[in-house]
Design a protein around this ligand. Sequence first.
Ligand code: UD1
Ligand code: UDP
Length: 362
Amino acid sequence: MGATITHVLGARPNFVKAAPVIRALAAAGHEQRIVHTGQHYDERMSQVFFVQLGLPEPDVNLGVGSGTQARQTAEIMVGMEQEFTENSSAIGVLYGDVNSTLGAALAAAKLGIPLAHVEAGLRSFDDTMPEEINRRLTDQVCDLLFVTSAEAIGNLAREGRPAGAVHFVGNPMIDTLLANLDKFDAASARRAYDLDERYVVATLHRPGNVDSPDRAADLVEALHEVAAKLDVIIPLHPRGRATLVATGLLDAPRVRVVDPLGYIEFMSLVRGAAAIITDSGGVQEETTLLRVPCLTLRPNTERPVTITSGSNRLVTTAELAAAVLAACDDGPYAGELPPLWDGQAGPRIARIITAWLRAADD
Ligand code: UD1
Ligand code: UDP
């Protein structure tokens, strides 16, 4: 097949979602181009995922780096406009809700390039999150909307997106998890960090949690309360490091702060944890599948299925320590998992894109 499919990747969660889609499209014989915007650039935020997940090296890296919301999005738009102008593309494939997703969506839409959005229709209904704006606007300009859970279908319908564009395909982040499950070695991860048999993993990076010193101080107090009873290991995203450390995060003997981890090392720790504390989107889903209790430090989630069909619970800082201890006692989630989270999202997406390209060719 001659027409090129362009994947736009920029930030850590994009890599995890794109790997199974790119693999399935390659197996179907498509020509593909991988554009890395450079939104994430540290080796541990980017390159390690390409290596561990077997992603092809990007054909180009736009090197946009960090910036304010507007500057980063604008630089992605400018870079993607040039990229789409110089390299013909039958369809662009976008992932998730990061600034790279929206920047690429706006650039492509104005050039008339068709677009597919993987993980469409998720909504937190919280416009203070930059991701919520990215999600809503991206979905408005995409031709194929691949959804991971049923409520996304209703969200897209309410926003006027045509039913024919929406495809419930399952969750590619879960494809990646299932494809790598036998590499997640919880026992050696625990030993590597000298953790107790019962330990907790925490990840925090939402602006609403880590940007303000006051909020960071609340969080640190809550984490210290947990660490009074349990070992807590925190692979710390670069965004919050300075503020959380300045607020005293390290001043508790059972708190271990480490650099962001590669996917295999991180998921190995998660698999063996008694509970997870997070504000990540993806981690809420991964813990659902692994049935590890997840306490989400946010007032809302765009992934409600992780609460109704998983072990996720939204908590405040005041509730955190008691919720973690209760979750550890309750043990793994034993209910039904969300429909189609079966490791086959990538092949489903590849089949739909292949059919769509054939129809567009006719
Ligand atoms: C971005 C996404 C967020 C996603 C997260 C995943 C947006 C609006 N936000 O947030 O939805 O959950 O990625 O991890 O797109 N930095 C480094 N090294 C890097 C990358 C970032 O040090 O490789 C630091 C910089 O100080 C930067 C800050 O992290 O200013 C924030 O990076 P940015 O990409 O703007 O947003 P994230 O908080 O990573
Ligand atoms: N992740 C990782 N190493 C870490 C923290 C997270 O590999 O130290 C993985 C995690 O398993 C998930 C992805 O990164 O697959 C999610 O990224 P993140 O939490 O940064 O973004 P979000 O999902 O909140 O957008």
